[in-house]
Design a protein around this ligand. Structure first.
Ligand code: NAD
Ligand code: MN
Length: 499
């Protein structure tokens, strides 16, 4: 079947597609033990897409027992890396082959434009699985420097049972940033998608089986955070918990680990990333286009969103004008229209959160320059205009808290020292942008920023080869690159005496 070319063709595909809402345990789709379900509602038009299994502690217990048995059996964990590689690459190929169906599920479920579901989410997910699989037979362990009659072996081993709890903003992509290295290193995984976006996670469980990943290696438990998520986080037989989501829940997961078995906890959490534009930026229009994309892409529901624009005072007016022009091409449209750049926000609750922040910006004295309204109400869905606030003080709520919507806070500064001070005055430290023609200023600023990623003269760069993650309350550990493998392996020192 060829890729739909317009909105009505995508809609026709959506109307004929059967959507599975079941849990996936030990290679089979199953109901939750309680038989409870919840409605999966599309933010595009408010329609119910599917009834989804609402898993809880009982399902978590069954899945963990199965994952443990599968791990111990060695069907996956003991395979030669080259064999796991071949299956992982097949898994990635199948994700690519199913790009239209997966992209459509993602768009219907969480409202992002179909063009990005295809080109960013599904393509990136496949790339993560493929890259991790390709890496696994090229990584060597170590031999310690020893005396002649000794051998010191330093080996990496799979941790065992991994629980992955992921968010709704890039549901499949965030899942695959975890699944790539987790599966490549031989673990058994229980994936808990967000209750706001369970559909692609459920679908890929079957695709993994088709690729040859043995039953019980990848299990999917849809459900709520406070039920099945909490049960996994407190489980005494989960070895490692990997998470992407909010800082609030990330902190709670550390508590759960401490209250239970001290499982390893790796967290990718929130951000309030500064995008710093110096007055010597060679191309202000390019900086404006990047700043607009940095806040409007994915409806602003991006952990690395450039949500604080720090601009040198003398170029402020010009830059804001240019960004407002750029945002004209980021106005919300129907997510199934292939030309749409900005879709629906994930649900009504998130819409209300964002509108609340816009109200707080007004109440606290910021100037609303652009946007700020809910739109397309007649659709039955939830859409919001990209929004610019200027005259923002870094102490205002809209400068401190992660909005996770298309709301840009513009803060002015004078000179590099002040830019750095404002940039670092945040509980978060995920990403930062720096725009300048001066290589000294660029590097000095980059070194001074307390953040896991710095982008110079662009925004949101990187690929599977570069680690992704944050300082401070943006989390610990890194996704992507070989650094991600640290999360999924224990290090063993084996010391041999040859006497
Ligand atoms: P969230 O923290 O509300 O939920 C994330 C996941 O945790 C969901 O699957 C949810 O069901 C689960 N959960 C909720 N309560 C739980 C509990 N008590 N125990 C166990 N699990 C629980 O976050 P969200 O709203 O889904 O996603 C938005 C957040 O994710 C933003 O803060 C964003 O910055 C962050 N994010 C971070 C990155 C990154 O890599 N740093 C990437 C994407 C999103
Ligand atoms: Mn949804």
């Amino acid at each position: 079947m060829s890729t739909p070319e317009n909105r009505s063709q995508w809609q026709a595909l959506a109307d004929t597609m059967s959507i599975n809402g079941a849990a996936f345990i030990a290679g089979d789709y199953v109901e939750s033990q309680s038989k409870e379900t919840f409605d999966c509602i599309s933010p595009i038009d408010g329609k119910v897409l599917a009834k989804v299994a609402s898993c809880d502690e009982a399902d978590a217990n069954i899945a963990v027992i199965n994952a443990r048995e599968t791990f111990e059996s060695g069907v996956w964990s003991h395979l030669a890396p080259v064999k796991r590689k071949q299956i992982m690459i097949r898994f990635a190929d199948l994700l690519d082959e199913n790009v239209d169906e997966l992209a459509l599920l993602e768009t219907l479920d969480m409202g992002k434009p179909i063009q990005y579901s295809r080109a960013v989410d599904v393509a990136g997910a496949a790339r993560s699985i493929r890259w991790s699989g390709e890496a696994i037979d090229k990584i060597y362990d170590e031999i310690a420097p020893t005396a002649h009659n000794e051998i010191g072996m330093i080996t990496r081993e799979a941790v065992g049972v991994v629980a992955a709890i992921v968010p709704w903003n890039f549901p499949l992509l965030m899942a695959c940033w975890k699944l790539g290295p987790a599966l490549a290193t031989g673990n058994s995984v229980i994936l808990k998608p967000s209750e706001k976006s369970p559909l692609t996670a459920i679908r890929i469980a079957q695709i993994a089986i088709e690729a040859g990943i043995p039953k019980g290696v990848l299990n999917v438990l849809p459900g709520f955070g406070h039920t099945v998520g909490k049960a996994l986080a407190l489980h005494m037989d989960v070895d490692t918990l990997v998470f992407t989501g909010s800082t609030k829940i990330a902190k709670q997961l550390m508590v759960y680990a401490g209250e239970s078995n001290m499982k390893r906890v790796w967290l990718e959490a929130g951000g309030k990333s500064p995008n710093i534009v110096f007055n010597d930026t060679p191309d202000l229009k390019k900086a404006a286009a990047a700043a607009a994309a940095a806040i409007a892409f994915n409806q602003g529901e991006v952990c690395t969103a450039g949500s604080r624009l720090l601009v040198e005072a003398d170029v402020k007016e010009e830059l804001i004008g240019l960004i407002a022009e750029e945002l004209q091409s980021w106005q919300p449209g129907h997510p199934l229209d292939p030309s749409t750049t900005s879709g629906a926000v994930v649900d009504k609750q998130q819409l209300d959160n964002v509108l609340g922040y816009i109200q707080s910006g007004k109440d606290e004295g910021a100037t609303l320059n652009f946007g700020g309204r809910q739109v397309m109400q007649e659709s039955g869905g939830v859409y919001i205009e990209p929004t610019i606030f200027s005259d923002v003080d870094n102490k205002m709520t809209i400068a401190k808290e992660e909005i996770f919507g298309p709301v840009l806070s513009v803060i002015t500064f004078e000179g590099m020292e002040q830019a750095i001070a404002i940039a670092n005055d945040s509980i978060y430290g995920l990403a930062a942008g720096v725009w300048t023609a001066d290589i000294n200023k660029a590097h000095k600023t980059a070194k001074a920023l307390r953040s896991g990623m710095v982008w110079i003269n662009h925004y949101d760069g990187g690929d599977m080869t570069a680690p992704f993650g944050g300082y401070k309350q943006s989390g610990n550990g890194r996704d992507k690159s070989l650094h991600a493998f640290d999360k999924y392996t224990e290090i063993k020192a084996t010391w041999i005496s040859l006497d």
